[in-house]
Ligand binder design. Structure first.
Ligand SMILES: Cc1cc2nc3c(=O)[nH]c(=O)nc-3n(C[C@H](O)[C@H](O)[C@H](O)COP(=O)(O)OP(=O)(O)OC[C@H]3O[C@@H](n4cnc5c(N)ncnc54)[C@H](O)[C@@H]3O)c2cc1C
Ligand code: SF4
Ligand code: SF4
Length: 449
């Protein structure tokens, strides 16, 4: 596929739930949008989740229609496997230089039939399943990926040519090179999302070496219908865990890691996972070790109370250390606050670290947009009155790129970013921009009252 230069009203960077929502809201108003995603599929972290709190709706069922709407919207140009490498302020807007990484597959000709994937002899750990399952060197990224196009990982490919021989459309091209093109846009929305505390961040918690200590995103994959095992099995030996413990704030509110803020979602996702695990493993004991339970959103406190009523054990205590016994069972050393700060050691079959949200991307070098010195997320100078406006004219930030938040807040903020971008585009280009004549007149009358 050859790429071409584009001229759009807005460039959205990042195709997670926040970027997709901003793109759709702008496109529905008639603005031309280019959405640039660095991965081979859009969907962000949300598409990897099992169910969402507090409704326990299936995550794929909510995310996939949005992904599909983005891909099929006539006003959205979807550019996956692309990265913005340079941005210049060229009045009246911005000129972005983009690099499209080689998929080694002609994106237009590929039908997503997966014949290449079945023929490929190379298995490598599947990043989408947190490296628990395997994927082929060439594959469609995951079952609900958008676009449904294959991508070849040249690092692991042995160039045996089996995929090329079987591909019915002859679209595999081992000679593909990165392609460069430019996008001119009047405004930019940064929706670059978040990262997670690495499991090896804390040496007190085993520094990533304990096989049956996993992070919460791994448990999302255990619980997802498309997950690697179709069951909840502990990774160390494939045993069904009878006793599972959550360690809260494993990467948030922790000065030793330089992360002093609360990640806002970990209490709720731990409660959600505890409920789902109770359903998947009815005989299992589930314990959540916490410092404070923060259930701030609508319906969240009731969700927490439901989990208690279901028998999930909540223990107020700071976990000091995790070690393991000879059978690789994790042992949690914890100070029990409600029992006179008694220090005990408890054995579990599997321990889940409720890891925190970290800044995913620093836009300073390319966009000149500063990050907040206190947490590293994109700085929003006036969050109470202009919640998505950065201190760079015409550049907006949304979703977890601007700070830890859940899906509901990411979607609300994405709507706000689209509204503030639309207002900015209108103020720049005059009211005539995208409104039909009757609405322009009405809007002008309102503006003059
Ligand atoms: C274990 C876990 C469970 C959770 N469960 C829930 C839940 O049940 N309910 C709930 O409300 N919330 C939950 N959350 C929070 C939820 O995942 C986030 O609120 C949501 O995914 C934020 O979406 P986003 O679009 O801001 O970021 P992301 O999902 O991180 O999307 C960002 C996108 O931008 C892309 N990107 C990044 N940098 C660039 C770049 N430079 N160029 C191009 N593209 C780029 C990324 O590849 C990604 O696709 C959970 C979080 C975790 C960790
Ligand atoms: S066999 Fe060819 S058309 Fe089918 S998914 Fe693979 S690359 Fe695409
Ligand atoms: S050429 Fe590479 S991607 Fe294709 S089948 Fe062989 S190992 Fe797999």
């Amino acid at each position: 596929m050859s790429v071409k230069d584009l001229q759009v009203d807005a460039l959205v960077v990042g195709g997670g739930i926040a970027g997709m929502q901003s793109a759709l809201d702008l496109a529905d108003q008639g603005y031309r949008v280019a959405l640039v995603e660095k991965e081979a599929s859009i969907g962000g972290k949300m598409i990897a989740l099992s169910k969402v709190f507090p409704t326990l709706d299936c995550c794929s069922c909510i995310t996939t229609p949005k992904m599909s709407a983005v891909a099929h919207h006539e006003n959205i140009e979807l550019l996956t496997y692309c990265e913005v490498v340079d941005v210049a302020h060229v009045d009246p807007g911005y000129k972005a230089k983009i690099v499209k990484k080689p998929r080694y597959v002609d994106e237009e000709a590929c039908t997503g039939c997966r014949q290449c994937e079945y023929a490929c002899p190379i298995d490598v750990p599947n990043e989408f399943d947190m490296n628990l399952g395997a994927r082929r060197a060439i594959r469609v990224p995951f079952s609900t990926a958008v676009p449904q196009k294959a991508v070849l990982d040249i690092e692991n490919c042995i160039l045996c040519g089996k995929c090329e021989q079987i591909c019915p459309t002859g679209c595999i091209d081992f000679t593909q090179e990165p392609q460069r093109f430019e996008i001119e846009a009047d405004a930019i929305i940064l929706a670059t999302g978040f990262g997670l505390t690495p499991t090896d961040a804390k040496k007190e918690y085993g520094a990533g070496q304990l096989l049956n200590v996993v992070d919460a995103l791994t448990v999302e994959r255990f619980l997802a219908p498309t997950g690697p095992y179709g069951h909840v099995l502990r990774p160390g030996d494939g045993k069904e865990p009878d006793s599972i413990a959550y360690v809260q704030c494993a990467g948030s509110r922790d000065k030793t890691l330089g992360v002093e803020y609360c990640s806002r979602v970990c209490c709720m996702y731990a409660i959600k996972q505890a409920m789902l695990l109770s359903g998947a493993l009815p005989m299992a004991d589930i314990t959540i070790y916490y410092m404070d339970i923060r259930t701030f959103g609508k319906g969240y406190e009731q969700f927490y109370q439901n989990a208690r009523a279901m028998g999930v054990e909540f223990v107020k205590g700071k976990v000091a250390r995790i070690t393991e016994d000879d059978e690789k069972n994790p042992i949690v050393r914890v100070e029990l606050i409600d029992e006179g700060s008694k220090v005990v050691e408890r054995m579990h079959d599997m321990v889940v670290l409720s890891v925190g949200m970290l800044p995913g991307y620093n836009p300073q070098a390319i966009y000149g947009v500063p990050i907040d010195a206190s947490d590293g997320f994109i700085e929003i100078p006036s969050p109470n009155i202009e919640p998505t406006v950065t201190n760079h004219r015409g550049i907006f930030a949304t979703g977890t790129a601007a700070g830890p938040m859940d899906i509901v807040d990411s979607i609300v903020m994405a709507g706000a970013a689209a509204a503030e971008t639309a207002a900015y585009l209108q103020s720049k280009n005059g009211l005539a921009l995208k409104l039909p004549v009757s609405e322009q007149v009405a809007a002008m009358e309102v503006a003059h009252v």
